[in-house]
Write a protein that binds this ligand. Structure first.
Ligand SMILES: Cc1ncc(COP(=O)(O)O)c(C=O)c1O
Length: 400
């Protein structure tokens, strides 16, 4: 048998996949399962993007492109950063990759040395710690609380920094909590970073466009120009333009780092799909009415869902600012007994029980470094959401 690398053994299997597999198994057995574990929009890719992709194929735009992306897309991304974030970048400061995920991967491969510490506030997006480990780095997880909006504070950041700290991860609006850092929140973090010149910051702004209540999006390079030359701003078209399958992400940062990341990309996957790049260009420069309508629908679902969850005994849920997730606490359920006599000892048990008894698939908070919570995605139709919440409420009544 082929012996696997030490590297691959650093990465843990995803609990999300375990839940998905279990849900599929139950479905195959004829059970009606609602999945609220999805991480992608339930809307269609804008027509302009689809048309551009078809036109690209018809025009034979089906060959290798420049590794970091076609110049017109990199220029459009630079224009996006200027327009949306008041950030000045040139096309050479931009890298286009096969999904936002690959930008993050390239960045870590290009900047992390063995033993470098990377500060990751929890709850975190599941891939950050594993990608840090694959790069030889040491994830330093800093817990945040629902009371503080799941946001890292200046003093918490200060306390986590050591001489080995290389990078801080931010993600706003957040997957899994939906919370967004305000201008003031970022200014407080920027004040700490200003004192620690060797600490870089990666901000994952993938959900930038999905922000509610009329809030204005803020990102750290814009709020704290002093740290811009050590900031990598990561974004993409997957969530805003419902293009998860097209695999286009992008980022802006210091030119030498972007070049180094492109070198890694050039020796691994090369350019992202030529056709998808044309589609992303059309999405970024096209009409925004579909996006605005989608955000309006998400906002309505969020407001309904948070209120409905808070009515269920034992569930407490704060109101997220954006994305399409809520992250309720189910700590009050721990120690209770299900009708089958199982004592729920943690959020993994809670999610397994809700899947079995209520037929609702959710992701346990432990996956995101936050035991006692669970992530609910509302990227599903309102009727499905109402069905799922009804089932959860009924299951909750059966606990003793
Ligand atoms: C916070 C966050 N960053 C990055 C990504 C990756 O996006 P992409 O599908 O473009 O690789 C996701 C996708 O779930 C995400 O939630």
């Amino acid at each position: 048998m082929i012996k696997l690398s030490d590297r691959v053994n650093l990465v843990k299997p995803s609990a999300t996949l375990t839940i998905t597999a279990k849900a599929a198994e139950l479905r195959a057995a004829g059970k009606n399962i609602i999945s609220l574990s999805v991480g992608e929009p339930d809307f269609d890719t804008p027509k302009a993007a689809c048309d551009a992709a078809k036109a690209a194929i018809d025009a034979g735009f089906t060959r290798y492109t420049a590794v970091p992306g076609i110049p017109e897309l990199r220029k459009a991304i630079a224009a996006k950063f200027k327009k949306d974030n008041d950030l000045d970048y040139e096309a050479d400061d931009i890298l286009v990759s096969t999904g936002g995920k690959q930008c993050i991967y390239n960045m870590l491969q290009a900047m992390i040395n063995p033993g470098d510490e990377v500060i990751i506030p929890a709850p975190f997006w599941v891939s950050y710690p594993d990608m840090v480990l694959l790069a030889g780095g040491v994830p330093v997880i800093v817990d945040t609380t629902a009371e503080n909006g799941f946001k890292l504070s200046g003093p918490q950041l200060e306390a986590a920094i050591t001489p080995k700290t290389k990078l801080l991860f931010l993600n706003s609006p957040s997957n899994p909590t939906g919370m967004a850092y305000s201008h003031d929140d970022l200014a407080a973090l920027g004040a700490v970073l200003k004192k620690h010149e060797n600490v870089a910051v990666a901000t994952d702004d993938m959900y930038e466009k999905i922000l509610f209540d009329g809030k204005t999006f803020a990102t750290i390079a814009q709020v704290c120009p002093d740290v811009k030359d050590r900031t990598i701003t990561l974004n993409g078209v997957s969530k805003a333009y419902c293009m998860t399958g097209w695999r286009i992400g992008f980022c802006a940062g210091p030119r030498h780092l972007i070049k180094a990341m492109a070198k890694i990309q050039g020796q691994s996957t090369s350019n992202p799909s030529s056709i998808a790049q044309k589609a992303a260009l059309a999405a970024l420069t096209g009409p925004t009415d579909a996006l605005e309508e989608m955000v309006r629908v998400y906002e309505g679902r969020r407001t309904w869902l948070v209120a409905a969850l808070n009515k269920i005994p034992g569930v407490t849920c704060i109101m997220p600012d954006g994305a399409f997730y809520v992250f309720p606490s189910v700590q009050a359920w721990l120690g209770k007994k299900t009708p089958a006599g199982v004592v729920l000892k943690d959020d993994l048990d809670v999610c397994a029980w809700l899947l079995e008894d209520a037929g609702v698939a959710l992701v346990p908070g432990t996956e995101f470094g936050a035991p006692g919570f669970m992530r609910i995605s509302y990227a599903v139709a309102q009727a499905t959401l109402e069905d799922a919440v009804g089932r959860i409420a009924k299951a909750a009544e059966s606990l003793s």
